[in-house]
Design a protein around this ligand. Structure first.
Ligand SMILES: O=C(O)CCC(=O)C(=O)O
Ligand SMILES: [Fe+2]
Length: 202
């Protein structure tokens, strides 16, 4: 398990580096991301999910529609059963994300949505139970260091892209998520007054 987590951590950092670079950001813009040079390294959680088979999947709960609260999630799903589904339209249409042997699924999470000012969009997904097969999955949630207030680099904020969310730590965000669940992002949205105030400070 420790070795798996170490590998997932390295992969998360690599992927995030590539994703931020794709937005034109340099290493200096995302200093908090580099755990080797950071006093307080980014935090991560490993979660194991088990979904017993159910002959009537429509009447069983797998994992309800949600977005992950991480920056990114690296998901391993057992290759013998389907169950993960993603929605691009707020939960009307669900598209299966079937397992590919040897491949991981990468979810963009809420913190990445906040940290990139909405350039990378958090992914709404759910897990439904399989009719005949027991399914397991292993989710590695990669987040930010404990004390970091997540806020996009100023290069991603301008008049065409006003600041969308108030700066929050992962802990503060998880508290909001616990209270407001799928509406947590909405809850930390900048009010017009807050945006005007921040813009004056830029
Ligand atoms: O089991 C799955 O495929 C999804 C798991 C998941 O979304 C989660 O643990 O947050
Ligand atoms: Fe998830």
């Amino acid at each position: 398990m420790e070795e798996y987590q170490a590998q997932m951590k390295a992969l998360s950092e690599k992927l995030l580096g590539i994703m931020f670079k794709s937005l034109g950001l340099a290493q200096d813009d995302i200093k908090w991301l580099h755990s080797k040079t950071n006093h307080h390294p980014p935090q991560a959680v490993l979660q194991l999910n088990s979904y017993p088979a159910c002959p009537d999947p429509a009447h069983a709960m797998g994992l309800a529609p949600h977005t992950d609260s991480s920056l990114i999630t690296l998901l391993h799903q057992s290759s013998n059963a389907t169950g993960l589904q993603i929605s691009g339209d707020g939960g009307n249409l669900w598209i299966p994300v079937n397992p590919i042997p040897g491949a991981l699924t990468v979810n963009v999470g809420d913190l990445m949505h906040i940290a990139t000012n909405g350039r990378f969009k958090t992914a709404l997904h759910r897990a439904v139970v399989n009719r005949t097969r027991h399914r397991v999955s292993m989710a590695y949630f990669y987040g930010t260091p404990q004390e970091v207030k997540i806020s996009p680099p100023m290069k991603l904020v301008d008049v065409d892209h006003p600041l969308l969310y108030q700066p929050v730590t992962w802990k503060e965000y998880l508290d909001a998520k616990g209270k407001y669940f799928n509406r947590a992002l909405e809850f930390i949205k900048c009010e017009a007054l807050f945006i005007a105030d921040r813009c004056r400070q830029l």
